[in-house]
Design a protein around this ligand. Structure first.
Ligand code: HEM
Length: 347
């Protein structure tokens, strides 16, 4: 029985990690295509579980049936039906409640469906997260940390969903989006700690020294700093994008944040280059450092394309995705490096 629990617990952690990546990509596509307000309400979309597919469905028409809670756009305002009703000859405001959380009353089916698929991805994450927590209860007696950590993931995913609601209700305020991003990193972090606990073995021949561990920590902190500065750049870009549609003009309007972001790549290359060299010299987590190096190079190339080749749309989610992969690889390595030797060798 314990073996089966061990096996499925580990599988569920990996499934959750993959799903978090998918949620990150979906969220990024939402931002790039500007679909965040595709559903004006939350958790339903235009008051329904399956969103409308045509403008007709969100417009008031004489003689039409509307269900309780259904949302329509009428004279550039959003309204919810107070009860199931059949519209009479003119719009009767007594039957409708104005939706006042924000004033964004536009219907665009593409935006609505992109946002809806994003929400489905988040809901899809909810199930394996709950299943993981349920299985973690088997560890309550002797490995309680797994239960606590699994609960932390449930809590964080719930928190993210609530934050998602705030993002929609605040009509996508920058800081809320950044907080959302930090939340994703926290989920990753806890899942990776859990994966480490479930794995507890690796095939290294020697165990890295404390200097290597220290610089591995520093390299992770610099990545986090890079991500935080990157999200600030992104917030500025979002604001600039509202003033001009010519993407090639965007980067010149960002302040010193972008210069800092761009310059920090040299620090990242230097630290990680040193660690890669040490890894090869001493046979310490070589394959992991190759992966990290490849991701950093790819991230820098995509960043340069963004900045100097007119901000291609597809490069934006890719840049974000690569940064989350980099964080995950470095954080996971650090957990392994920090484990006491005996545990790391699989006792
Ligand atoms: C390891 C290196 C790097 C990391 C971890 C990183 C991380 C990030 C992150 C997390 C964002 C925010 C993305 C978002 O919120 O959608 C961002 C934005 C950005 N980064 Fe980087 N970045 C790196 C290197 C670079 C380099 C070398 C350049 C250019 C020379 C660059 C240019 C940009 C630009 C232009 C943005 C704004 C993108 C947008 O508005 O969608 N980045 N970066």
């Amino acid at each position: 029985m314990r073996n089966l629990v061990d096996k499925w617990f580990k599988r569920l952690i990996i499934i959750n990690i993959i799903l978090v990546f998918i949620v990150v990509i979906a969220g990024s596509v939402v931002r790039v295509t500007d679909s965040g307000m595709g559903c004006p309400d939350w958790p339903k979309c235009f008051g329904a579980y399956i969103p409308p597919t045509s403008e007709d469905q969100v417009t008031w028409h004489e003689g039409e049936d509307f269900f309780e809670g259904q949302m329509i756009i009428h004279e550039e305002k959003l309204y919810n039906a107070k009860k199931d009703l059949t519209a009479s000859t003119s719009f009767n405001s007594a039957e409708w409640e104005e939706f006042t959380k924000h004033g964004y009353a536009t219907y665009n089916p593409v935006h609505t469906w992109i946002e809806f698929i994003n929400r489905l991805a988040t809901v899809a994450l909810g199930f394996p997260v709950m299943a993981m927590f349920a299985l973690s209860l088997f560890y309550w007696k002797d490995r309680r940390a797994r239960t606590y950590l699994s609960f932390a993931v449930v809590f964080l995913v719930g928190f993210q969903a609530w934050l998602g609601k705030l993002v929609v209700e605040s009509n996508l305020k920058g800081q809320t989006i950044t907080l959302h991003m930090i939340g994703v990193f926290a989920i990753f972090g806890v899942l990776l700690i859990l994966l480490d606990k479930a794995r507890r073995t690796h095939g290294e021949t020697t165990f890295p020294d404390s200097k290597f561990k220290l610089w591995s920590s520093i390299s992770l902190y610099v990545t986090v700093l890079m991500v935080v500065i990157g999200t600030q750049v992104r917030e500025q870009i979002d604001a600039i994008a509202k003033t001009t549609a010519d993407r090639s003009l965007w980067i010149d309007q960002v302040d010193w944040m972008f210069l800092t972001h761009r310059t920090l790549i040299y620090v990242i290359v230097a630290i990680n280059g040193y660690l890669l060299y040490q890894a090869f010299k001493n046979n310490w987590y070589k394959s992991r450092w190759i992966m990290i190096a490849v991701i950093i190079i790819a991230e820098a190339v995509v960043g340069i394309i963004l900045a100097h080749y007119g901000f291609p749309k597809a490069a934006q989610p890719l840049h974000l995705l690569l940064s989350t992969i980099l964080f995950a690889l470095q954080f996971d390595l650090l957990i392994q490096l920090r484990a006491p030797k005996a545990i790391a060798y699989g006792s």
